[in-house]
Design a protein around this ligand. Structure first.
Ligand code: BGC
Length: 719
């Protein structure tokens, strides 16, 4: 199809409608041509509604087909709608939240999960998924930590790439859907962890930490980018020319569609950046934001901006072309429904194969944080108590798209499935309310614990305690949940605590009471089966924390790749004064990035090097021997960290540069190699580009960010 010809035929109003996205409930025009409801509130005309380019928030293939049908009858140019949806961690079969997927340190797993979500979405009529969300997060108070893969730019970049591969394939297969990386940029840097809040940061911080994961998605050919709600150094993202035009398009070469976040263009007025809606539209168009989501400033203001010569028609045409190109690439002009099919959707969603992927993902993302030996539980247990507010609840988490909690396996159900002969009894103990103090149910829970062989104690957060708009200033368990833990453990020390959470939580004051602690995050449709398999040792733990767990909120922000100071404290046992420390709590976190236990134990040798010098061309190979010193098969995540000893801009203590998951049978030993290249040593320099500097570096290969023996590596001009 000749898209440029098509654009020539279009009126300005029709072009602007292609650049406008409304929720599905805005798209209906009655026979008399009346516009009511949300579309009426937006003051849209019948013509604008009929020519709209894309939509979001509808449910399933049948509804999609109905909307597309009506649209194709009314659209003057017969241009099909693009259907977009928040498929964040699954469409109907829900796998663990992205933060949990980060904990898996397993790129293939992330890809497989997104592939599965792509298939269900495509059958459900989705063309674009609003994922991956790759905002780096260092503040667990922020509710949207659950949507990211964590605090590390390298891990986030690898995950971003894997997710784009999973959704998009090669953009040729029948179940390939377009991905939309978000939220560009730095939404995770929200001050004080308060959602939608200001982000103010240095260029160095931006380039080294916050931007790489978006760039990784661009390098993987992601089709779309979504702006963020926040200010970045004084300018809201949706009107930020430096961010979108200069960086994303010119520097990174992105030529796909940029869409604003929901109402974010109009919100530039609330931000105090644009005095009028006209100003909002002008700034966003000039910044090259192509589609406006859920507000109508383009439709209503651009015609006058064109008359006044403030916006050029050729810029509008370029944006429309980008939108039409995606429609053409996906084959929508030939078949506006693609593979949408209600019957097949029903059959494929929650099918055995997809449930298995979701279960495997939950098993590979739950982190064993503590174990005094009580785990794994013996499968011969006859009386199993499952206590706590989440004992018999499907835990699918925030942004679960079409997923239903009642279609998910609870912990109690998972244990019943695994141990059909055992008696599994539940007791809530207390409610899940954030500030719950009512402990009247604890007594009954204690009675049950006493008469049971073992206890699984479920605590933590509901889905809606994290996610968009759900920041928390205090990230502790409620008084009621803490009391429940203390009393139940006292009654039966054979207790394992299972934590559900969308972010790291503060567990000080209660962690010492727990014989064992499993971080299950929000594990999705198959959560209960996965947790049962892990607790009873059918499957081993292998996940590692993708975000640091602070000891107390006062330590936030806390992350492993921080800078050294001129007055380092050393470890927390020293109480030296006049150094960088708190007087009342130590500097160390409760659990660092990269931490996680297993039923196996591993011994990792000091790295040996093929040579200790590298040049721009000549890499080196670092090798470790890793041995499974236990009698249980297990998988270890080997993590390679590098620290730049001295540089023209001070570098962090260490940074993750590579990771590998290694499976080892009981007693088995393997040699694992890591390539160390000059590229790994680059950072955003005072010359405003990524550069490396000659000098000495420290290298660790370990199974956590705070352990491991190091070796020195030199980067030199010539060997
Ligand atoms: C969120 C986005 C989401 C969009 C559409 C916004 O509120 O920030 O992540 O994709 O809504 O639902």
């Amino acid at each position: 199809m000749n898209l440029k010809q098509l654009i020539k035929k279009m009126t300005l109003e029709q072009k602007l409608a292609q650049l406008s996205q409304f929720t599905a409930d805005c798209l209906s025009v009655t026979a008399s041509g009346a516009i009511s409801g949300p579309a009426g509130e937006l003051a849209l005309t019948k013509e604008q509604v009929s020519a709209t380019g894309s939509t979001l928030n509808y449910i399933g293939a049948d509804m999609m087909k109905g909307i597309q049908d009506e649209h194709m009858q009314n659209d003057p140019n017969k241009i099909p709608l693009l259907f977009m949806q928040d498929v964040i961690h699954g469409y109907r079969t829900i796998y663990p939240i992205p933060l949990a997927i980060g904990a898996s340190f397993d790129d293939q797993l992330a890809e497989d999960c997104c592939r599965m979500a792509a298939k269900e979405s495509a059958l459900g009529g989705v063309h674009v998924v609003f994922s991956p969300m790759v905002d780096l997060a260092r503040d667990p108070r922020w509710g949207r930590c659950m949507e990211t893969t964590g605090e590390d730019p390298y891990l986030n970049s690898q995950m971003a790439r894997a997710m784009v591969r999973g959704y998009q394939g090669k953009m040729k297969g029948k179940y390939d859907v377009a991905a939309c990386v978000k939220h560009f940029a730095c939404y995770g840097g929200a001050e004080a962890g308060r959602d939608y809040n200001t982000v103010d940061m240095s260029m160095r911080n931006l380039q080294d930490y916050y931007l790489p994961a978006y760039k990784a998605a661009i390098d993987e050919d992601v089709e779309m980018v979504m702006t963020s709600f926040n200010l970045l150094n004084g300018v809201p993202s949706s009107g930020n020319k430096w961010l979108m035009n200069d960086t994303l398009r010119k520097k990174w070469g992105f030529d796909g569609i940029v869409i604003s976040d929901y109402n974010a263009i109009r919100e530039m007025n609330m931000h105090g950046y644009c005095a009028t809606e006209k100003d909002c539209a002008e700034k966003s168009i000039k910044a090259t934001c192509d589609i406006e989501m859920r507000s109508a400033t383009y439709l209503q203001q651009v015609p006058n901006l064109i008359i006044e010569g403030k916006i050029k028609m050729k810029d509008i045409d370029k944006a429309v072309l980008r939108v039409l190109k995606l429609k053409e690439k996906m084959g929508l002009f030939e078949n506006p429904y693609l593979v949408a099919d209600g019957e097949k959707e029903e059959k494929v969603c929650l099918c055995k194969e997809h449930r298995e992927i979701a279960r495997k993902a939950a098993e590979k993302s739950a982190v064993l944080l503590k174990n005094n030996g009580v785990l794994p539980f013996d499968t011969s247990a006859k009386k199993v108590a499952v206590i706590g507010p989440f004992a018999d609840k499907g835990m699918i988490g925030f942004w679960a798209c079409l997923g239903k909690a009642e279609e998910a396996v609870s912990v109690a159900q998972g244990v019943k499935n695994l141990l059909p002969d055992a008696t599994v009894t539940c007791q809530e103990g207390c409610s899940s309310k954030l500030n719950e103090t009512d402990i009247s149910g604890v007594e009954k829970a204690v009675e049950l614990a006493k008469e049971s062989d073992i206890v699984i104690l479920t605590v933590g957060e509901e889905a809606y305690h994290s996610g968009e708009g759900n920041s928390r200033a205090e990230i502790k368990l409620s008084i009621a949940q803490q009391t429940l833990i203390k009393q139940v453990v006292k009654a039966n020390p054979k207790t394992a605590v299972v934590l559900f959470n969308g972010r790291p939580l503060v567990l000080n004051g209660i962690i010492d009471d727990m014989p064992a602690l499993v971080d299950a995050w929000q594990p999705g449709t198959e959560g209960g089966n996965a947790i049962a398999n892990l607790l009873f040792g059918k499957v081993n733990f292998s996940a590692k924390l993708p975000m640091t767990f602070p000891k107390t909120e006062g330590q936030i922000p806390i992350y492993y790749n921080s800078f050294r100071t001129g007055r380092p404290k050393g470890d927390d046992s020293s109480d030296a004064g006049y150094c960088s420390r708190y007087q009342d709590v130590g500097n160390l976190p409760l659990f660092p990035f990269g931490y996680g236990l297993s039923y196996s134990t591993f011994q990792i040798s000091k790295p040996t090097l093929s040579t200790n010098v590298i040049t721009k061309k000549d890499k080196l190979v670092a090798e470790v021997t890793v041995k499974n010193t236990s009698n249980v098969d297990g998988e270890v995540v080997l993590q390679a960290y590098i620290g730049d000893d001295y540089a023209s801009l001070v570098r962090p203590v260490k940074e993750l540069k590579d990771y590998k998951k290694v499976m080892l049978k009981a007693g088995e030993e393997k040699t694992v190699k890591f390539k160390i290249t000059e590229e790994m040593l680059r950072f955003w320099s005072a010359n405003d580009k990524f550069e490396s500097e000659y000098g000495s570096f420290t290298l660790w290969i370990s199974d956590c960010s705070d352990t491991g023996e190091s070796v020195k590596v030199e980067y030199v001009k010539k060997r």
